[in-house]
Design a binder for this molecule. Structure first.
Ligand code: ADP
Ligand code: MG
Length: 248
């Protein structure tokens, strides 16, 4: 036990920068790098045997001592597997990088676009208030499911939301959850606050706020956490509010 932790602790990796074509655990071929964060790097990979695209999150060993972070993430995704907004977990595996065993987590690859780039493509780089309401409703219902399962997301922002389908409404997937500790009311409040922040951002942010319809402002509450909590308390209440909203 002591030896394992010593080995893990002494290994530090700041970047993998794997090239396309690299093979992980004899099973997954790297297609391209999708991102790099504090915990590790994310790659689009192909399960070679069946030619299926997957996403692999590779953990820096110093951020994943005794596989704690990756196991935690795996358990959380598995627990939330019936929430349609959450990506589906597949498996964990290990590959060797500069003689260091590296844990990686495989999940479904969501075909779509990050919400941040989806919004950046729109005219004026923002959504129409009615589109933004549809987006908020999809997000709220999705997160309500996570909260009902007794959990929280922990890192909601427009790079961690993928627009899978956009038509009459939005079909969204959430990636990249963050573990702040056991689920608490405060964690759920932070999700609620982050949701409204995303809503405000896709509407054009502070620059557009004054010009927005009053029905929209009554949801944003000037981004004041205390006002938001007083008005909605839970994401379920926000969803019900949206479903009963009337334009004047
Ligand atoms: N399951 C997935 N399907 C599709 N794209 C993904 C998936 N997971 C991550 N990505 C892409 O990779 C980027 C980085 O992944 P993320 O998990 O957010 O890690 P980090 O923010 O720590 O780099 C995301 O912004 C997204 O564009
Ligand atoms: Mg992210």
């Amino acid at each position: 036990m002591g030896t394992v932790s010593k080995i893990n602790k002494s290994h530090k990796v700041d970047s993998f920068d794997l090239l396309p074509g690299s093979l992980l655990a004899d099973k997954y071929e790297v297609v391209e790098q999708l991102g790099r964060g504090w915990e590790g790097e994310v790659y689009l990979v192909k399960e070679t045997a069946a030619d299926i695209e997957r996403t692999a999150k590779l953990f820096f060993p110093q951020r994943n001592i005794r596989d704690k972070t990756s196991n935690f993430y795996a358990k959380k995704l598995h627990k939330l597997r019936h929430c349609p907004i959450v990506i589906q977990y597949h498996t964990q595996d290990t590959f060797v990088f500069e003689q260091i065993p590296i844990r990686f987590l495989v999940s479904e690859f969501v075909e779509g676009e990050r919400l941040s780039s989806f919004v950046a493509r729109q005219r004026g780089k923002r959504l129409h208030p009615f589109q933004a309401l549809h987006l908020l409703h999809s997000l709220t219902s999705g997160i309500e499911c996570i909260h009902n399962m007794g959990d929280y997301h922990g890192d909601l922002h427009s790079d961690n939301i993928i627009v899978q389908h956009y038509g009459l409404g939005f079909e969204l997937k959430l990636i990249d959850m963050f573990h702040w500790g056991p689920p608490t009311g405060e964690n759920r409040h932070q999700d609620l606050f982050a949701l409204i922040h995303v809503f405000h951002e896709v509407l054009g942010g502070q620059k557009q706020y004054a010009k927005l319809p009053r029905e929209i402002k009554s949801i944003c509450c000037g981004l004041k956490l205390t006002l938001i909590l007083k008005k909605f308390k839970t994401v379920a209440k926000l969803r019900i509010y949206l479903e009963n909203l009337q334009w004047h």
